[in-house]
Design a protein around this ligand. Structure first.
Ligand SMILES: Nc1ncnc2c1ncn2[C@@H]1O[C@H](COP(=O)(O)OP(=O)(O)O)[C@@H](O)[C@H]1O
Ligand SMILES: [Mg+2]
Length: 439
């Protein structure tokens, strides 16, 4: 069955480009952004390709996704980060590549879009939600998850982007007595400050000019369930005070209302920032920090647990071969070696993406090293008389320097834009640039 794809873009020519690349795999329709809502009332689509210039709001993405379609951004650069930020399922780069379009879009004709059968927040545990890993860290993680899941304690998950924070949060919810109630995700960094209060706490009719009716808010939507506050470090101070009240008294107020409401939610937070540093800088309330840090969980970056790479590779091959309908059996030893030699700044998310792409381009039943869009390791002379640690540090330094030089060049010295594109904290990027003498 051909996938039904809707292109939402200012230019109708985009439709033709997409249709040509997808061929018989998809029926492609086009609509200008302003008419998207009307079009969606009249027709159902498996996937929506949404132009990300300007970046869409998470409200819009949610609205489009609510039709059951998989929402995929069209982005020039920075696609995955942008998609993650606004809640889209995925992103494709422009100019388009046929393989990527098939992977991100056309494969969804085979089954209903992930969001279709039930709202994602009510999702039951799925097999693919399993946390893969080996060694003491996963065992300890599972132990701690089991320990905390049965309680209502607030959990604070830290770790770099792509290390599995959301996966762990879901696992806790799914192993908790709240499993049949909603799991609601709020990305504090993705929602503009002015809208976040309304998103979280809701409002009553008349609270502001456009408030023509009451709005529940995501906190209330998570009642009896779990609220996952992603990127908690980005929560504005005014909202930190409101959140503190929720944690202390289980109370909050909607915008424009003068009575308190009670709510029963379990809160899980995540951050890739150093909250203690934010507290020291006055950007994060100390009292909230203590309330949030009742039960911390830290997820190590993938480069610190190289033994997990083969297991994750196997896991993702199994996961995507069915979706892609390709009889891929394995990853060649050379490809595995290439994966093992890469530092994965985007952690497991990046490994998953790279592998998915490689599976699309693989010609036979084995993913070869050349199918991977990873830099081939320099055929460097290895000086075995020197300690491994030193050599590794030199390689990392060289990578960081090369990466930063290129990143800063591409963004013409605009550190904010560079940090966003790299998925790094601006301060960390700055510190790293200074360390490498790149000012
Ligand atoms: N240990 C793991 N085992 C299996 N999949 C993982 C693991 N860690 C991360 N993933 C997958 O990697 C992707 C990114 O994980 P996510 O939880 O969104 O990371 P974060 O919230 O830390 O940015 C998801 O598809 C997730 O399922
Ligand atoms: Mg995340």
């Amino acid at each position: 069955m051909a996938a039904r794809v809707l292109v939402v873009d200012r230019s109708a020519a985009t439709r033709d480009a997409v249709a040509e690349l997808l061929g018989a795999r998809a029926e492609v329709a086009w609509v200008a952004p302003a008419d998207a809502a009307a079009q969606l009332r009249a027709h159902a689509y498996d996937a929506i390709l949404l132009d990300a210039d300007p970046p869409p709001t998470s409200a819009l993405v949610r609205e489009l996704g609510a039709t059951g379609a998989r929402v995929v951004l069209i982005a020039a650069a920075d696609g995955p980060a942008l998609a993650h930020a606004c809640g889209a399922a995925d992103a494709v780069a422009r100019p388009f590549a046929a393989a990527e379009l098939v992977l991100r879009v056309a494969q969804y004709a085979a089954g209903p879009a992930p969001a279709a059968p039930a709202p994602p927040d009510k999702r039951r545990p799925r097999k693919s939600d399993v946390i893969i890993g080996t060694g003491p860290w996963v065992k300890a993680l599972y132990d701690r998850i089991a320990m905390v899941a049965v309680t209502d304690a607030t959990v604070a998950i830290s770790g770099e982007s792509g290390t599995g924070k959301e996966l762990v949060a879901r696992t806790i919810h799914n192993s908790s007595p709240r499993v049949d109630a909603p799991f609601v995700v709020v990305n504090c960094a993705a929602i503009p400050e002015a809208l976040l209060e309304d998103e979280l706490f809701g409002h009553v009719r008349g609270a502001f000019t456009d408030a023509t009716r009451d709005r529940e808010g995501l906190l209330a939507a998570a009642h009896t369930g779990t609220l996952f506050l992603d990127e908690i470090g980005e929560l504005p101070l005014a909202l930190q005070a409101k959140l503190l009240r929720v944690l202390q008294n289980h109370e909050f107020r909607r915008l424009g209302e003068d009575t308190d409401r009670r709510v029963d939610v379990r809160i899980i937070t995540a951050t890739n920032r150093d909250l203690e540093q934010l507290v020291a800088a006055g950007a994060f309330r100390q009292d909230l920090y203590y309330r949030v840090h009742v039960f911390p969980l830290h997820l190590p970056p993938l480069r610190d647990r190289p033994d997990d790479v083969p297991l994750l590779v196997h896991h993702f091959v199994t996961k995507y071969r069915a979706r892609l309908g390709k009889p891929i059996e394995a990853v060649s030893p050379a490809a595995l070696a290439r994966l093992a030699g890469y530092a994965f700044p985007g952690n497991v998310r990046e490994l998953e993406n790279k592998l998915q792409q490689a599976m699309v381009v693989a010609a036979g039943s084995i993913v070869e090293a050349d199918d991977l869009s990873l830099p081939a390791p320099a055929a460097a002379h290895v000086d075995l008389s020197r300690p491994f640690r030193d050599l590794k540090q030199e390689a990392i330094d060289a990578f960081e320097r090369a990466y930063l030089t290129e990143l800063i060049r591409v963004h013409q010295g605009n550190l904010a834009a560079a940090a966003r594109a790299a998925g790094m904290d601006r301060k960390n990027l700055w510190a790293l640039a200074v360390r490498h003498g790149l000012r």
